[in-house]
Design a protein. Structure first.
Length: 269
């Protein structure tokens, strides 16, 4: 009877020891979380992915170009396209920029550049005009630079000797404000065409160059021209928005008027 009691006591002691030892094994605590394979897959699928909205905007724009190249008067086959587009609206028609709208190509170009650089900017043609030459009249290079400084836009003024200088700016991911004489750019009166000048004005003018296009054996620069005055195509798109100026005539219009460009670099990473 005593032996049985001893054996029972030993067995009970052994069970207690095993229980105590198992209590030291690695088990989840309140400060440690575990995730099974199903949870991992769920987390990975719900994690935010890096967006490339500007790249998407460029792809969509190129698709439009490919489907419209002939009807727009550009040619037949697109060889290449480089554009610095945004996934939000930043085009401005100077027609609606206040009392001095007829001379507001400079203030409108500055406001577009500021908006391209930062969609949350408070820049506007009206504010720019109020700050510089508020009584009206044409703007000059110092007015452009001062307004960009006022709106905290980083810029660099460089000489433009040929179309390759302008292409290099676009290739770098920047846009550029140019000042030219529109008389060097031929007028195209075909309603559906997006090529060259669509209005009668033929003197000094500011606008933005934002891309370039190689079609067949021709190079065009893609511009945001604020001198629109509510002119639209059949689909309602403004004629000054994404207008295509022949590279050679555009460079002639720049180098024979003011051979410099105000380069606006992107602040996006």
């Amino acid at each position: 009877m005593k032996k049985k009691n001893i054996r029972f006591s030993l067995m009970l002691t052994l069970i207690i020891l095993i229980t105590l030892l198992s209590g030291c094994s690695a088990t989840p605590s309140e400060n440690i979380t575990t995730t099974d394979s199903t949870d991992i897959q769920t987390i990975e699928s719900e994690a935010p992915t890096e967006t490339t909205t500007e790249e998407d905007a460029n792809v969509l724009h190129l698709e439009t170009l490919n489907s419209s190249v002939s009807s727009w008067g550009l040619g037949h086959t697109i060889i290449s396209y480089v554009g610095n587009n945004r996934d939000y609206e930043w085009y401005i028609d100077q027609a609606h920029t206040g009392l001095h709208s007829d001379a507001n190509c400079g203030p409108s170009s500055v406001a577009m550049a500021a908006l391209w650089a930062d969609k949350n900017t408070n820049a506007s043609p009206e504010a720019a005009r109020k700050a510089y030459r508020s009584s009206g009249g044409w703007w000059y290079s110092d007015d452009i630079n001062n307004a960009l400084d006022m709106f905290n836009v980083d810029y660099e003024v460089i000489e433009l000797k040929d179309l390759y200088d302008l292409r290099a700016i676009i290739d770098s991911g920047a846009i550029v404000i140019v000042n030219n004489s529109m008389g060097y750019i031929p007028k195209d009166d075909v309603a559906s065409h997006h090529v060259n000048r669509f209005y009668d004005f033929d003197s000094g003018h500011y606008f933005i160059v934002k891309g370039y296009l190689l079609v067949d054996d021709q190079t065009y620069f893609e511009v945001y021209d604020p001198n629109n005055w509510d002119e639209v195509y059949e689909d309602g798109t403004q004629k000054g928005k994404d207008r295509y100026y022949e590279a050679t005539v555009l460079m002639d219009s720049i180098t024979n008027w003011y051979p410099y460009g105000v380069v606006i670099k992107s602040t996006k990473e």
